[in-house]
Design a protein around this ligand. Structure first.
Ligand code: 3PG
Length: 219
């Protein structure tokens, strides 16, 4: 994908999604109920991480059985994993940081890359390849909303999806910024709800999160 195509595609995904749930699948049997609970709460664009053994299988299953969802992959650290994720059907790629190798790969990829950045140097590296849309990670550690406000000076055409420590308590700080296109995180998937298969709670937290985002955007 050219940098322009990547920007256009990520903008489309981010604008529609508003929130990107970051999902680590606990058990194979949880894939569909978990995704269905998020979708019932209004979250239909998902980042499935490859942090456990179930990630790739989950992407494959969701693409086959839930065609209405937009399924991306997270925690892509190297070209091999990238290829496996695209083969499984991932519709976008998220990396926690950026390396020249992965940024280059994104330019030849059929699916768009949302590279992770944590500071001005990361952004400058990705700029050289034409990237203008980024995941700020881990957002709460690398400066949060203050960092994004500062980035809007030197990187006026960059937009971000802050992720890491984002939740109901600080959503509005992020969404008040013009350079935030959406926010990401796992707060709607608390560990105890997943452990007990409490899908109603996941649905409730998802709907509540979207409501907060829409309030922030309209206020
Ligand atoms: C990620 O990988 O993007 C983060 O682990 C999600 O952050 P959170 O769990 O703090 O929401």
């Amino acid at each position: 994908m050219t940098p322009e195509q990547t920007v256009a595609r990520i903008d489309e995904l981010g604008t529609r999604a508003r929130i990107l749930p970051v999902i680590t699948i606990p058990r194979d049997a949880d894939v569909l109920p978990l995704a269905d609970a998020l979708a019932a709460g209004g979250l239909r664009t998902l980042e499935v991480t490859l942090r456990g053994p179930h990630g790739l299988g989950a992407i494959r299953q969701l693409r086959a059985q839930r065609p209405g969802l937009c399924v991306g992959v997270g925690t892509v650290l190297d070209p091999q994993t990238w290829a496996q994720a695209v083969d499984a059907g991932a519709q976008f790629i998220v990396t926690p940081g950026c390396t020249e190798e992965l940024l280059r790969l994104g330019l030849d990829s059929p699916v768009p890359l949302l590279p992770g950045v944590a500071n001005a140097s990361d952004i400058m590296l990705a700029y050289r390849f034409g990237y203008r849309r980024f995941k700020l990670f881990p957002a709460s550690v690398c400066g949060g909303a203050e960092a994004l406000r500062a980035f809007s000076g030197p990187f006026a055409d960059a937009r971000f999806c802050p992720t890491g420590g984002v939740g109901p308590g600080n959503l509005k700080d992020y969404l008040a910024l013009d350079n935030v296109m959406c926010v990401g995180g796992s707060w709607m998937l608390p560990a105890d709800a997943l452990a007990h298969g409490d899908w109603a709670r996941v649905e409730r937290l998802s709907a509540e999160a979207l409501r907060l985002v829409d309030e922030a955007r309209s206020g």
